[in-house]
Design a protein around this ligand. Sequence first.
Ligand SMILES: Nc1ncnc2c1ncn2[C@@H]1O[C@H](COP(=O)(O)OP(=O)(O)O)[C@@H](O)[C@H]1O
Ligand SMILES: [Mg+2]
Length: 254
Amino acid sequence: MTPVLEARGLTMRFGRVTALDGADLELRSGEILAVIGDNGAGKSSLIKCLSGAAVPDAGQVLLHGEPVRFANPLEARSAGVETVHQALAVAPSLDIAANLFLGRERRKAGPLGSVLRMLDVGGMREAARRQMDDLGLLTIQNITQPVESLSGGQRQGVAVARAAAFGSKVVIMDEPTAALGVKESRKVLDLILDVRARGLPVILISHNMPHVFDIADRIHIQRLGRRIAVITPASHTMSEAVAIMTGAAPPPAG
Ligand SMILES: Nc1ncnc2c1ncn2[C@@H]1O[C@H](COP(=O)(O)OP(=O)(O)O)[C@@H](O)[C@H]1O
Ligand SMILES: [Mg+2]
C-alpha cells in the first residue's frame, strides 16, 4: 500500500553540520508512527521538511505517492499536513473558536461577507463547539474563553481539534506531552488515539518512552540524521529502543 506521507533521502546541511543525512520516513494509513532519537538526531529537521517549515537540500517528500514541495507551512496545511507545534499551537489571547478558524475564517453569506468582509462569528462558534464536543473535549465550558486561560492539555486539545477539523490527511505532533502533568498527558494521548480512530494517521515526536510504547503502532528511530530502524512496541522493549537510539546496541537487521 502507498504510504500516506513519505520522505526519501532527505538531506539538510547547515554549514558543516549535517542535520539530515539521507533520511527516510514512511507513515502508513491509520497508524500512529512515533519518531524517537537523541538530541541532534535530526527529528526536528525531519519534521520541518515534512511540514513546510524548511526545504531540504536534497531528497523527496511524497503525499499519497505524489511528490510535493512545500515552500512554507501554509502550503503543507492546504495540502492536508497539519502540524501541532509544542509552543505555538494556538494564539493565546484569542478564544477557542477564533483559534480553530485561524487563517481560515468564515465570512458571512452574501454581500456582508463578500463585500464588507464580515466574519461569520456565530457560525464559527457553533462549528467550534460541535468539533470540541465531537472530540470529547467537554471539559472546555466556554467556546469564547481566551485560550490563555486554558490548561496545557486543553490547549493541546484545541490544537488537535483544529488539525482534525479541516479534512487533514496527516497530523504531526511535536512533543505534545512534554510540558504536561500525568492526567493531562493521558488526555492528550487519548486524543491522539481518537484522531487515529477517525482514520487520520499521526506522527508523534516524543522523548517519553512510556507514552511512545503506550500508543505507537510503529517506532521510527532517528540517529545521526537518518532513520536507522523501525521497531514496534511488541518487537522491542523500551531499554532496547533506547540502546538502539544511543548507539549502545546495533539496529536490528533488515
Ligand atoms: N538552524 C540551524 N542552524 C544550524 N544548525 C542546525 C540548525 N537546525 C538544526 N541544526 C543542527 O542539526 C542537527 C540536527 O538538529 P535537530 O533536527 O534539531 O535534531 P533533534 O530535533 O533530533 O534534536 C543538530 O546538530 C543541530 O545542531
Ligand atoms: Mg528537536
